[in-house]
Design a binder for this molecule. Sequence first.
Ligand code: BTN
Length: 247
Amino acid sequence: MRNNILYIDEVSSTNDAAKKLAIEGAKDGTVIVAESQTGGRGRRGRIWQSANGDGLYFSMILRHRAEAVKCQSFTLVAAVAVKDALNGCCGVGAAIKWPNDIILNEKKLCGILTETNMTGGMPDFMILGVGVNVNNPGFDGELIHKATSLFLETGAFVNKKELLEQIIGNLDEAYGQFKNAGFAGFLDIYKKDCLNIGQTVSAYNGKKEICGKAVDITELGELVIQTDDNIRLCINSGEVTLSPIIA
Ligand code: BTN
C-alpha cells in the first residue's frame, strides 16, 4: 500500500509544492494533491483553472536518473495511464492528443505538465503535474468550446478520491515498467491511443510552423510529420493543432 500521498487544501501550484518537497528530499513517487490551486499553470505559460474543488490537481515526484530526452517521454506514458484510469472509472472513451492532452468528444478533459530540475545534464528529478476536469459544471470564456469534464460528459458526479487512487495505481505501474523498458515498451499502445496519427496537423518546431500529416511516433516519443513536399520531420515537444478534428 502506498503511503506517500500528501493532501493539501489550497496551494499556488502542486508542481511548485512538489518541487519544494523534492528539494527537501521527498522520495521517488511522492504525490501531492490539492483541493484548489491559486496559480495552477499549464503548458506554454497558460493558466490552468483550478480555483475551486471541481477538478483533480496533483503532482508526482519522479527520480528516474536517465538522459533528459528519455525521462521526458514518461509524460506520454503518463497520458496512457491516466487516460486508461479515466475510461475505466467513468466508462468514457477518451484518447490522447500528442504529446499528452487527454481529449474526450473533441474537448480537453485532462492536461499534463512535466517540469524538470537538471543537474549535470541529467534530470535530478521531474515533476509530473496532472489536472483533470472532474465535476466542473461548465467552463467560462474560450474554454466553453475547448474544455469538458467527466460530469459534463456523463451527467454523474465522480468521487475524486476513488478516481485519484485509480490514476495513481495506473501511474505507479506504468512508471515501474518505464524504469525497466523505457518508452519503447509503450510505443504500440501509445500509437493506438493517439488521435493525431493519420490526421492533418500543424505544429511548431521551435518558432517555425510545420504543416503536414502525422504519420508516426518515434521510440523517443517524437511526433513524425510528413510535409506536403514529402519531408519527414520529428517534433519533440510543443503544441500540435489537429485539424479538422480539433480546431
Ligand atoms: C496543460 O495541458 O497545459 C497542462 C495542465 C497541467 C495542470 C496541472 S494541475 C496540477 C499541476 N499543477 C499545476 O500548476 N499544473 C499541473
